[in-house]
Design a protein around this ligand. Structure first.
Ligand code: PAF
Length: 282
């Protein structure tokens, strides 16, 4: 695996390829990332990962400083799945000047759900992903892989490439889960053993809500009451939920009556100091 520390080195390594398949990450890799890498190996003529903990997408109160940085272990994991090129810039390389130009996603998508509780998060994500895409897809278009766990991020990045006519095909992979059903996340490492045992309750709550919506069929559906009951259930177990909600998949708009549109149940909740998110398509 070649490791590029600068954009120039990365471009040099990729200059003879026509279809890079790219997996952007913030490191502390888990099986979900490795599954994306395995897919990338199948889809591109060169597989590329990046590791960059992006300061722009953290609130001052969040865990930027303590976000787990496990570079050598991550490199071993990437080698084990045959990653060809790793782009691992430092901050001075990716943000040589204060990043005063930022990419502002549509507030209708970006200021709700995650964006409501983490203001500016998607501006930070879009800005860094745009820079990473410029760095990887310099000589040709290609493929970029993202996990379905970050459903809202995936939707916003799809809109970004469509509306900015980027020659990048976004491919989504199913959420990778632990045997008990917990969605894999770098932040799961913050959980104490007791919290880890409890953590699956978030996906259970989403499953129950999805089931209730499914069984309501096309009949009457009091979505707000079901969402409130799901949040109350988690609160009773000691969680602090930010949201548990049923939305339309294509634009994340709220659902008041069933119309046959594909739906998704999304949730974010804090367990102790750890904030977890998950979702389930209906
Ligand atoms: O999903 C992530 O890990 C990050 O948001 C991403 C896409 C690598 C941008 O920093």
């Amino acid at each position: 695996m070649l490791i590029a520390r600068t954009v120039a080195e990365l471009r040099q390594h990729l200059r003879s390829f026509h279809k890079p398949a790219f997996v952007p990450t913030m490191g502390n890799l888990h099986d979900g990332h490795l599954n994306l890498m395995r897919m990338a190996k199948q889809l591109g003529d060169v597989s590329v990962a990046s590791i960059f903990v992006n300061r722009l997408q953290f609130l001052p109160s969040e865990d930027f400083a303590s976000y787990p940085r496990t570079f050598e272990i991550d490199c071993d994991k990437l080698r084990s799945v045959g990653c060809d090129v790793l782009f691992a810039p430092d901050e001075a390389e990716l943000y040589p000047q204060p990043q005063t130009f930022k990419l502002q996603p549509d507030p209708a998508l970006a200021d709700i759900l995650e964006g409501q509780f983490r203001p500016g998060f998607f501006t930070g994500v879009c800005t860094v992903v745009l820079k990473l895409f410029h760095s990887v897809f310099t000589h040709s278009g290609g493929i970029a892989m993202f996990g379905q766990k970050d459903f809202q991020q995936l939707l916003i990045l799809r809109r970004m490439v469509e509306q900015l006519a980027m020659p990048v095909n976004i491919v989504a992979a199913n959420t990778t889960r632990a045997p008990d059903g917990l969605a894999l996340s770098s932040r799961n490492g913050y959980l104490s053993p007791e919290e880890r045992a409890e953590a699956v309750q978030l996906s259970m709550a989403l499953k129950q809500l999805a089931q209730a919506v499914r069984s309501a069929g096309m009949g009457h559906l009091d979505v707000a009451a079901l969402e409130a009951a799901a949040m109350a259930g988690l609160r009773d177990r000691g969680w602090q939920p930010d949201y548990i909600t049923v939305r339309r998949q294509h634009d994340l708009s709220p659902v008041t009556a069933l119309s046959g549109d594909p739906l998704v149940v999304l949730g974010a909740a804090r367990l102790g100091k750890t904030r977890l998110i998950d979702n389930l398509e209906i």
